[in-house]
Ligand binder design. Structure first.
Ligand code: AVJ
Length: 322
């Protein structure tokens, strides 16, 4: 007998309201910016899945290899009864953790949390079928706003994988990690996946692939705004840009206007002007070093218990204790 359900903490109206606020603020700012969460409608989520299979995009397969090697130890060290996953998407890599925790005999509940109801509904139905005996409770929520939606109790392990914590800028990351720590009891755990600082020759192509899938993914945010806010972006009038910021140690994605443009956004009663060459920042993806990440975790009230990397040092999985 298996059970699953979906809890909606984020209705379509809330999503639209927060998209409107983000677009209004971001496109009237200098320089222009948008938060990366708006890439992920159904098409954007599919494009991201395609990115994870590209030869240049190493983070997903590197993290999967680290998890495959250490999942048993993670199960043993945490003895988790409940696995929570933030920004779970397809929950594909999470199966390694579900398998290990099931084999360890402690796991009873899996709680994936994601902003995308469609991705979550598919994942939850599939997982409930594949893991009989597991209670699967999907939560449609935004991990930057609804951590309080995570049910309490049940010795939890919170997995935040894929390097997604790097999509938060440092000023967002510190309160996020503190809030997350505050939702956990002592001796519950955080399993955190982070990209590591590496050569630009490796990291830049991962965000600017030869097949142009990342460029298509980047432009998808304009399609989302066109659909949701009746905007009239000419999506193909923007070039995809990926650049390594050596000071901030992050990779940035931008969309660069090819020409002067005026873009009506009737849903916001706003027209946005772009000059030729002007860039809109759509994502920042921070890469980490062990010392600085440990400092951030400790500042938030976590203790770093284990740190695992691949042989080339491209990616790390940290186990932190609350
Ligand atoms: C896996 C969501 C963190 O920053 O690497 C992939 C998404 N952006 N290519 C990342 C992404 C461009 C991504 N996250």
């Amino acid at each position: 007998m298996n059970t699953y359900d979906l809890e909606i903490h984020l209705k379509d109206e809330d999503l639209t309201r927060s998209l409107r606020a983000d677009v209004a603020a971001g496109l009237t700012a200098t320089p222009k910016r948008l938060p990366p969460k708006w890439f992920y409608d159904a098409r954007g989520s599919d494009l991201f899945e395609e990115i994870t299979r590209l030869p240049e995009y190493y983070p997903t397969r590197t993290e999967r290899a680290i998890l495959a090697e250490h999942a048993d130890q993670i199960a043993e060290l945490t003895g988790a009864k409940t696995l929570v996953e933030l920004g779970s998407g397809s929950s594909e890599k999470t199966r390694l953790l579900l398998d290990a925790l099931t084999a360890h005999g402690t796991l009873g509940t899996f709680i994936p949390l994601d902003v995308s109801a469609s991705a979550l509904r598919d994942a939850v139905a599939q997982l409930a079928t594949d893991y009989p005996g597991l209670t699967v409770r999907g939560i449609v929520a935004d991990f930057t706003r609804h951590l309080a939606a995570i049910p309490r109790g049940g010795s939890r392990l919170v997995a935040f994988l894929g390097g997604t914590v790097g999509n938060l800028v440092p000023a967002e990351r510190a309160p996020f990690l503190s809030d997350l720590r505050a939702t956990l009891e002592e001796d519950e755990f955080l399993l955190l996946g982070t990209g590591l600082v590496t050569e630009p020759a490796i990291v830049v192509p991962a965000y600017d692939d030869a097949a142009g899938v990342t460029a298509d993914f980047n432009r998808n945010v304009l399609r989302v705004i066109n659909r949701e806010l009746d905007a009239r972006f000419d999506v193909d009038a923007f070039d995809h840009v990926a650049l390594w910021d050596a000071d901030q140690e992050c990779i940035e994605m931008r969309l660069r206007a090819r020409a002067d443009m005026r873009v009506p956004i009737p849903g916001l009663d706003l027209t946005v002007g772009f000059s030729a060459g002007e860039e809109l920042r759509t994502e920042t993806s921070a890469k980490f070093r062990r010392e600085t990440l440990e400092r951030e975790l400790v500042a938030a009230g976590f203790a770093l218990e284990r740190w695992w990397t691949d042989p080339a040092g491209l990616f790390a999985v940290s186990l932190a204790r609350a």
